[in-house]
Design a protein around this ligand. Structure first.
Ligand SMILES: Cc1ncc(C[n+]2csc(CCOP(=O)(O)OP(=O)(O)O)c2C)c(N)n1
Length: 397
């Protein structure tokens, strides 16, 4: 029996009946299994899950959340001032990144400091590294639900290895369990109306790469940044290596502080984690900002689990609703390039003027992280401080 099966069995035996998740690559098999067994809510942000679980526990449920440990960083306030304050139960199963065989340097700060953060917050935790550690879970879960406690189970990637799990033995869940009743036009994918995605993220980035020259580019973490680097490094590229949800805020900060044209390459999952930033950008309205949202309907970098954009959210409409005056949808190469030209006035809505505010480009993409020839883009070899140095030099007047 694989560790994931064993864990699911324990959760069922302890009466867990309400789950929420936001994916991590290292627990993608577990995250694919959970919705098949329990009522499940896919999250846009881990903090949101704390609220949803608090509500569910008020109604008598036994909630559990499945996340990456980095997400604990955006949950602490809600955990203390909501779950802990009202004495509600919550079991957190967090993939503990940053320590065991970690290739992504940006995972290390949170991974190393997490135990200290939890201790400081007075939240109990259990490190689960080996199969035999799973035996600790039932007793602690019982205390969570009977004693109204918060407890974090930190799942080391070593756990799945110890169980001999086949790394590829998982399938992304393209099903939300209980589906939201979104009204879609017949034949449309997600909420994208008639436009259909035709290209993968890599193909889209390759197509627009020439048009990004001389612009400051802030690129989302994970495969988007790796792929952009692979297509062609420029000192004007700021590659995010961690901090999901921060691409548009970083780009907004750059745009407000410089006259250079700024393009943020963001993702649907990341924008949905922090959508308020679109309102801030729209209201502050820097003319030199373009948010280029690559919407593949998935958390592509962690295994293509669907985001709400795959089913019930149209990001372009969301941007308009949050105040963006200039928005456009593009799926094919020509339209993608034309959408970026809108900034120069070439395809601006009124014949001669460039845009007098930020532009939101909704780039429809197919899910997938494969390069032509089937490999995947490797981790960016540049050191974080080197990325910063080059980008700052590019920005300096
Ligand atoms: C707070 C936090 N939660 C979860 C993750 C794990 N994670 C890294 S990239 C990613 C997916 C991002 O999806 P999206 O923005 O749609 O971009 P895509 O990879 O699909 O291009 C996730 C869930 C993280 N790094 N930080």
């Amino acid at each position: 029996m694989l560790a994931e099966d064993k864990l699911i069995e324990i959760l069922a035996a302890e009466g867990v009946d309400f789950t929420v998740s936001l994916p991590c690559d290292r627990i993608k098999r577990l995250i694919a299994m959970v919705p098949r067994k329990f009522f499940h809510v896919p999250l846009t942000r881990e903090e949101e899950g704390v609220g949803i679980c608090a509500g569910a526990s008020l109604a008598g449920k036994r909630p559990a959340m499945f996340i990456q440990n980095s997400g604990v960083g955006n949950m602490i306030n809600a955990l203390l001032s909501l779950t802990g304050f009202y004495s509600l139960p919550l079991a957190i199963f967090a993939s503990h990144r940053g320590l065991y065989k970690e290739k992504i340097a940006a995972q290390k700060p949170m991974g190393e400091k997490l135990p200290g953060i939890l201790r400081g917050a007075g939240i109990g935790f259990t490190q689960v590294e080996k199969i035999k550690d799973l035996a600790l879970i039932p007793g602690r879960l019982e205390r969570v639900y009977r004693g109204n406690k918060i407890h974090a189970f930190l799942l080391s990637p070593a756990l799945w290895e110890a169980a001999g799990a086949d790394k590829n033995a998982w399938r992304p869940v393209f099903d939300f369990g209980r589906r939201p009743k979104a009204v879609m036009p017949r034949g449309a994918r997600g909420a994208h109306g008639k436009a259909k995605p035709r290209l993968t993220r890599y193909e889209i980035l390759s197509a627009v790469w020439p048009a990004l020259e001389s612009k400051a580019v802030v690129c989302n973490l994970g495969f988007p940044a790796r792929e952009l680097y692979q297509i062609g490094h420029r000192p004007s590229n700021f590659y995010m290596l961690g901090s999901m949800g921060m691409a548009t805020p970083i780009g907004l900060g750059v745009a407000l502080a410089t006259k250079k044209e700024v393009v943020v390459i963001d993702g649907d999952g990341s924008l949905l984690m922090n959508p308020g930033t679109l309102a801030t950008a729209a209201c502050l309205s820097p003319e030199n900002l373009t948010v280029f949202a690559v919407d593949n309907g998935a958390y592509g970098s962690t295994g293509n689990q669907p985001t709400l954009a795959a089913r019930c959210i149209d990001l372009e409409e969301a941007a308009r609703g949050l105040g963006f005056r200039y928005t456009v949808k593009a799926a094919g190469k020509r339209d993608l390039l034309r959408s970026l030209e809108m900034k120069e006035g070439a395809n601006a809505p009124s014949a001669h003027s460039a845009l007098s505010g930020p532009l939101f480009i909704h780039a429809l993409a197919l899910p997938g992280n494969n390069l032509p020839g089937d490999g995947q883009a490797p981790v960016i070899p540049l050191d974080r401080l080197e990325i910063k140095r080059q980008f700052m030099e590019f920005l300096s007047p």
